[in-house]
Design a protein. Structure first.
Length: 198
């Protein structure tokens, strides 16, 4: 499915992040690390590396990663982004932990909890996803990836404290106006962890 998507998608690159909360919260990040889950062709990875972050981008699509590699070489910032072609659950990240974990335009409830295990004590988690309409409509997209907004928030709140959430309308290739939800959260205090301060 994902390889077909990136074969069809020939609309070039956008270096401005499509994650509103990423732009708002993540400024210059020298010395900080970010994990971009399902990074695709890397709009967010590029945005972060240009601002000094060291980024690990993971995507299951070989075509998406190949296109991102080409773009990083053009920008001469390939040394600040490590790319992995794999499912994040199988990716070899060593013992690395991150100051920021991002999932944008992709939703997998299992990965929300998994993200928690990869985060530093004062890290941020940012998720942006399409959501179902008030009547449950999925706007032609796979219902697995277009959950109700309440379901997304409930999944995040199992491990995280939500700091801010934004509901707005976005565009998809299936429909000109689709509900979206953007959330920024921090890990809840757990045994062996400290409270996080912004």
């Amino acid at each position: 499915m994902w390889e077909r998507r990136y074969t069809r998608k020939q609309n070039g690159y956008r270096t401005k992040s499509h994650s509103r909360l990423l732009e708002k919260l993540c400024g210059y990040g020298k010395g900080k690390t970010a994990l971009d889950i399902a990074c695709g062709t890397g709009r967010n990875s590029i945005y972060l590396c240009k601002r000094g972050w060291r980024v690990v981008g993971v995507d299951i699509s070989h075509r998406a990663i190949s296109r991102l590699e080409q773009r990083l070489r053009q920008l001469r910032c390939q040394n600040r982004v490590k790319l992995i072609t794999d499912d994040i659950r199988d990716a070899n990240l060593g013992n690395q932990s991150f100051d920021l974990v991002l999932m944008s335009n992709f939703y997998d409830e299992e990965l929300i909890e998994y993200s928690y295990t990869l985060m530093k004590k004062r890290a941020l988690f940012i998720l942006e996803t399409f959501t179902a309409g008030s009547d449950g409509e999925s706007f032609g997209m796979n219902t697995r990836f277009v959950p109700p907004a309440a379901q997304v928030k409930a999944a995040i709140e199992k491990k995280f404290e939500i700091i801010e959430s934004i509901h707005y309308l976005g565009k998809s290739r299936y429909a000109p106006s689709v509900p979206k939800l953007a959330v920024v959260a921090r890990p809840k205090r757990m045994p062996g962890r400290y409270a996080v301060k912004l």
